[in-house]
Design a protein around this ligand. Structure first.
Ligand code: SF4
Length: 459
C-alpha cells in the first residue's frame, strides 16, 4: 500500500512541477513514506532522517533549499515527536491527508526554519475524492487501493490507530481508476486494502446498494485488456460465500491468496482478538480449494505472542503441516506501543521466540521449496515485469506469485508469456519461453498453472 500511496503522492506533486528524482542528492524535496508494521519502525525513521539531513545541509551550502516530508503510519503515530526530535523535517503528514500536500508545501515554504507543518488528521472528506485523475503509469503490474483502515482491533496491531476506521471507495471510482490503469498498460491489478475483503463499496452515488469484493472483482474482470487480478490483504472472517465462489468463477482472479492466520492455537487467536478459530480457518481453506483446486496459499504468522505456550506453538505447527503454504511471512512477536498486547505481562522470552521462529520457518521453507519443485516441468503463464540481473533475462510472476527468471528478449517486457519451468529454487523459479508461442500475445493462461492443490506432504 505504501508503494501505491507513494505513486499517488507523486501524482499530487506533479502539477506543482515536481517529478521523481533518481537520488536524494540535490533533490528539491524528499518524501519519506513510512510503515509502522515492522519492529522499531520509529527508530529506523529517525536514523534515516539523520542520513537525509546531510543532503539538506549540502543543498543549503550550495544556496538551494530542500524540503523533507515524513508521510505514512510512523508519521501518523509519532508526528509531534518527529518535529521535536528532527527539526530538519518540514512537513509531517498521515496516510489520510496526502491529498493536502500542496497546501502543506506552501505553508512550509513560508514557515521559519525548524517550524514544521503537521497534518495527521482523519479528515471527513476522502482523500480519494481529491486525488488528481491524471496518474503516472504503474507499468504492467499495478496497485489500486479499494479499501483502507480497519475496525478489527487485533491486539498486536497498530493499523486501526494509524490508518483509521474501515473505509471502502465507491465502485464507480474504483472501476474508473482500473480502466485508466489498463489504458496506461496495466495487465495485472492488485486490489489493496488493510482488510481488503471487508470491502463494501457504494454501487452508485445516490443508491444504497453495496457491493462486496467478489462482485467488484467480477466487474473489474470485464475490463477489456485486463488479464490478471489479485487482492491483498484479507481476513478470514471476511471470506464470504460470494468471494469464495468468485475464486472458482473468474479466470482473471489469479490462483493465489494471502490469508493471514497468525496462529494455530485457539487460545492465542482469542488473545489476539482475531475472532476466528483455527478450525474456522481450515474450513475456509477447504472451501476455497474446492472452488479453485490449484489455489496457492500464503499466510502471516506471529510466534511468541504473549502467553503462547509450547502446546500453543505445537498447534501452529500442526495447522501449517495440515494446510500447506506456498509461501508465508513469519515473525517473532514484538510489542507495538499503544496496543493491548504490548501491555500484557506474560511476554515470552526472546530466546524462546527465536527457537520457535526457527522451527516454524524451517517447516514453511520446506513447504515453499516443495511447492516450487512441483512447478518444474510445467508450463506457466508469466507476466514479465522487469529486466533480470543477468543479460538476456527477464523477471516476472507466475499465477501463484512465484518470481520467475526467464531467458527472454527485452521486447517481451510487459507481456504475459508461457514459460517452461526448468528449475525450482527456494524462493524463485527459472525457465525459458515455451517455443514459438512466446512471440505472440498469450492468454493469461491460468489453465497452464501447475495441477492440483499441492497437498503432497501437506501441500
Ligand atoms: S485485521 Fe489486520 S489490519 Fe486489522 S487490526 Fe487485525 S492485523 Fe491489523
Amino acid at each position: 500500500m505504501n508503494v501505491y500511496d507513494s505513486a499517488r503522492m507523486a501524482d499530487v506533486l506533479a502539477p506543482l512541477g515536481y517529478e521523481p528524482a533518481g537520488s536524494p542528492e540535490g533533490a528539491d524535496m524528499i518524501v519519506l513514506n513510512t510503515c509502522h508494521i515492522r519492529e522499531k519502525a520509529a527508530e529506523k525513521v529517525f536514523s534515516e532522517l539523520g542520513r537525509l539531513k546531510q543532503f539538506k545541509i549540502a543543498k543549503e551550502a550550495d544556496g538551494g533549499r530542500m524540503l523533507i516530508a515524513v508521510a505514512g503510519c510512523v508519521a501518523q503515530a509519532e508526528g509531534r515527536e518527529i518535529l521535536r526530535r528532527a527539526p530538519q523535517v518540514d512537513v509531517v503528514l498521515g496516510p489520510q491527508t496526502y491529498h493536502r500536500l500542496p497546501e502543506m508545501i506552501a505553508k512550509a515554504m513560508r514557515a521559519a526554519p525548524g517550524a514544521g507543518v503537521l497534518d495527521t488528521d482523519f479528515p471527513p472528506e476522502s482523500k480519494f475524492d481529491h486525488l488528481p485523475e491524471e496518474a503516472a503509469s504503474q507499468g504492467p503490474a499495478a496497485f489500486l487501493s479499494v479499501q483502507e483502515g480497519c475496525d478489527k482491533f487485533c491486539t498486536f496491531c497498530v493499523v486501526p490507530y494509524t490508518r483509521g476506521a474501515e473505509f471502502s471507495r465507491p465502485v464507480g471510482q474504483v472501476v474508473a481508476e482500473a480502466e485508466r490503469l489498463v489504458a496506461d498498460g496495466a495487465l495485472e491489478i492488485t486490489l489493496l486494502g488493510q482488510n481488503v475483503n471487508a470491502y463494501h463499496g457504494q454501487a452508485s452515488v445516490e443508491g444504497a446498494e453495496i457491493w462486496g469484493l467478489g462482485r467488484l472483482i467480477r466487474r473489474l474482470a470485464g475490463i477489456d485488456g485486463l488479464k490478471r487480478l489479485r487482492y491483498t490483504t484479507s481476513h478470514p472472517r471476511d471470506m464470504d460465500d460470494d468471494l469464495i465462489e468468485t475464486h472458482g468463477a473468474v479466470k482473471e482472479l489469479m490462483p493465489y491468496l494471502h490469508l493471514p492466520v497468525q496462529s494455530g492455537s485457539d487460545r492465542v487467536l482469542e488473545a489476539m482478538n482475531r475472532r476466528h478459530t483455527a478450525d474456522d480457518y481450515r474450513r475456509i481453506v477447504e472451501r476455497l480449494r474446492r472452488a479453485r483446486p490449484d489455489l496457492a496459499l500464503s499466510s502471516d504468522f506471529i510466534v511468541g505472542f504473549p502467553g503462547e505456550t509450547d502446546r500453543d506453538f505445537a498447534e501452529t505447527l500442526r495447522l501449517v503441516t495440515e494446510t500447506g503454504f506456498a509461501q508465508a511471512y513469519s515473525f517473532k512477536y514484538s510489542p507495538r506501543p499503544g496496543t493491548p498486547a504490548a501491555m500484557a505481562e506474560c511476554q515470552v522470552p526472546e530466546a524462546v521466540k527465536a527457537g520457535r521462529l526457527a522451527m516454524l520457518q524451517t517447516l514453511l521453507n520446506e513447504q515453499q521449496a516443495a511447492f516450487n519443485q512441483m512447478s518444474v516441468g510445467k508450463t506457466m503463464s508469466v507476466l514479465l515485469e522487469r529486466p533480470g540481473r543477468r543479460s538476456g533475462q527477464l523477471v516476472g510472476r507466475s499465477p501463484h506469485m512465484q518470481a520467475v527468471h526467464v531467458s527472454a528478449p527485452e521486447h517481451l517486457l510487459g507481456r504475459v508469456v508461457d514459460v517452461e519451468i526448468e528449475a525450482g529454487h527456494p524462493n524463485s523459479l527459472a525457465g525459458c519461453l515455451a517455443g514459438d508461442r512466446a512471440a505472440g500475445a498469450i492468454d493469461p493462461g491460468v489453465g497452464a498453472a501447475p495441477d492440483g492443490p499441492f497437498r503432497q506432504a501437506g501441500l
